[in-house]
Ligand binder design. Structure first.
Ligand SMILES: Cc1ncc(C[n+]2csc(CCOP(=O)(O)OP(=O)(O)O)c2C)c(N)n1
Ligand SMILES: [Mg+2]
Length: 552
């Protein structure tokens, strides 16, 4: 594009639109109104949410599906409200652009006490520096365009949030827009890449029982097909982890299940991975959660870890190797196919028999019944709580998407995230698993879903309080108010509500919900002391860890 001039606000949203942003989630404020006016005039649809945390979670989920997303807020009262959601996006590599309105350049001259200011005019930007890969305050019209381009490119390149602060008296100014050269692709150091590949191929060739752990970066960076090509050509089985759960179809003949130490989806996948002599971790985040709270048994001498940040083969680390170069070369390399016979081939969940329809529900059965209904048009959006742990056990041949804050673990994610999912891909039907506690945090965003005519199916897993916390350590602090969850539909003026106490009831209401075209809220009564097998393991391990230091 040749150099030209345009109003700052016009360029900002034009450039974001060119970079595939189609929706923005936010709440306006006086410092942000001139920016919102430009947003309104742009091709990007602006969605006003009930509260900024909801906007942040919606934008995060949107970014995970769309490849980039946008949240627009006002200074500090709005921006600081959304920091937690953006921290989660940073931690889990979700490319969200945060735009915040701000006091004007002129307002800042004598450093007055202006409403929404905390300590200095730079406070919010400095807070955001901790949760973003690039930030800017657009105080200079000569550099504004360059700064916008720099931040958006960093967002796309690193798949992490960036922060752009727009002073209200800058956004209408005409700025210089220099010619924008195309981004420089990152390239590997040829010798380092060659050495990494040679050691990797040697290790794979010598392995009797290699396994591929498909990590979440494969999905974020669009590299899943390359990993599948490698697995298929070399006949190497694949496991995912909780963050990357939907990366591979669960009926793929090479798919083993979700690995996570003692929190794996079943013992076969755990045994397979832990007895492998070559664990190929591709794009994997090694976190306490994905490694089952330190229960994973993965010896570094048997592992290869390749991500966008590191390439390590056993104890050797190779610098300046780009993940896509490494994976691309591996996928095309000559590897003699391995012998593999599946220890636990895919089975569909068992349909409900007549004689069990009146049985009480428990978490394992809820997960089974959910699995019976999911198909390719569904996106399971899970909040933090037993919904997330239980979801490890979801098994269906139809490849439903799966989105959850599975590492950062912020409650309140799922209901607003379902709005982001629907806006990013209207063909996907969100299937929300949310605890009663998490629902009380952000469930009011169903109001936004109703207004936008979206149709999430929301299972409120109602176990009367903070079940997960109760399992780690019980106390009065885990008691929450009892709500009649279906009544949210009266409050927000739309959607249908139902209660499920038995297996048959849950099956019936999910079937009806799948056939309907509106928000469906299902109050799922889970016995207070029940939990999924995965939560049982996790809470046992956490309780052991938290109690280890007791008395010190
Ligand atoms: C924002 C936030 N606050 C607190 C926590 C700590 N926490 C983790 S799970 C949990 C309880 C969740 O309760 P609920 O949503 O009812 O799900 P359940 O555990 O009962 O399945 C709490 C308080 C958190 N992860 N995120
Ligand atoms: Mg609960």
């Amino acid at each position: 594009m040749a150099s030209r001039k345009a109003p700052l606000g016009q360029f900002l949203f034009e450039y974001l639109h060119q970079n595939r942003v189609r929706h923005s989630f936010g709440v306006p404020g006086d410092f942000a109104l001139p920016t919102f006016a430009w947003l309104d005039r742009s091709k990007i649809q602006s969605i006003t949410m009930c509260h900024e945390p909801g906007a942040g979670f919606a934008a995060d989920a949107y970014s995970r599906i769309n490849g980039i997303g946008l949240v627009c807020v006002t200074y500090c009262v709005g921006g600081l409200n959304v920091v937690n959601a953006i921290a989660g996006a940073y931690a889990e590599k979700s490319p969200v652009v945060v735009i915040s309105g701000a006091p004007g350049r002129k307002d800042r001259e004598k450093d007055p006490l202006l409403h929404h200011k905390v300590k200095t005019f730079d406070t919010q930007r400095r807070v955001y520096d901790e949760v973003t890969v690039a930030s800017t305050v657009l105080l200079d019209e000569h550099r504004a365009a360059e700064e916008i381009v720099r931040c958006v490119r960093a967002c796309v390149r690193h798949k992490r949030p960036v922060y752009i602060e727009v002073p209200h008296d800058m956004v209408d100014r005409i700025i210089d827009i220099p010619a924008i050269p195309p981004p420089q692709p990152l390239s590997s150091d040829a010798r380092s890449l060659k050495a990494a590949l040679a050691e990797t191929l040697e290790m794979i060739a010598a392995a009797r029982k290699p396994v591929l752990l498909a990590g979440v970066e494969l999905h974020r960076f669009g590299l899943t097909d390359l990993a599948l090509k490698l697995a298929t050509r070399a006949n190497i089985p694949i496991a995912s982890d909780l963050l990357s759960k939907s990366a591979v179809a669960e009926n793929h003949p090479l798919y083993l299940g979700v690995y996570g130490g003692a929190m794996s989806s079943d013992t076969t996948v755990r045994q397979y991975v832990e007895s492998s002599d070559c664990v190929l971790m591709l794009g994997t985040f090694i976190t306490d959660m994905s490694m089952g709270i330190y229960t994973a048994r993965l010896d570094r001498n048997r592992t290869i870890l390749a991500t966008t940040e590191t390439t390590s083969v056993r104890y050797h680390r190779y610098d300046d190797v780009q993940f896509h170069d490494y994976l691309g070369a591996l996928a095309s390399a000559k590897i003699r196919p391995k012998r593999f016979s599946h220890p636990n081939p895919h089975q569909e969940p068992k349909p409900l028999a007549k004689n069990e329809l009146t049985d009480e529900l428990d978490m394992s059965q809820i997960i089974r019944i959910v699995s019976l209904h999911l198909d390719e048009t569904c996106c399971v959006v899970s909040d933090v709580g037993d919904g997330l742990f239980g979801a490890i056990g979801i098994r269906t041949s139809r490849r439903a998407e799966f989105i959850a804050p599975a590492y950062y673990l912020s409650m309140g994610f799922a209901v607003p995230a379902s709005i982001g999912v629907s806006m990013a891909n209207p063909a996907l039907r969100p299937f929300v698993l949310v605890g009663d506690g998490a629902f009380q945090m952000t469930g009011n965003e169903l109001s936004t879903a109703v207004r936008l005519k979206l149709r999430p199916i929301v299972l409120v897993l109602n176990n009367d309080g903070y079940g997960t916390m109760r399992k780690i350590r019980d106390g009065r602090f885990n008691i929450i108010s009892r709500w009649d969850y279906g009544r949210i539909c009266d409050l927000v003026g739309g959607g249908s509500a139902s209660v499920a106490r038995t297996k048959g009831e849950l099956d019936g209401v999910i079937r009806r919900a799948m056939g309907s075209n509106e928000v469906c809220v299902i109050d799922v009564r889970v016995p207070r002391d029940d939990m999924s097998p995965q939560l049982k393991t996790m809470s046992g391990e956490l309780a052991r860890l938290r109690n280890a230091g007791k008395g010190r």
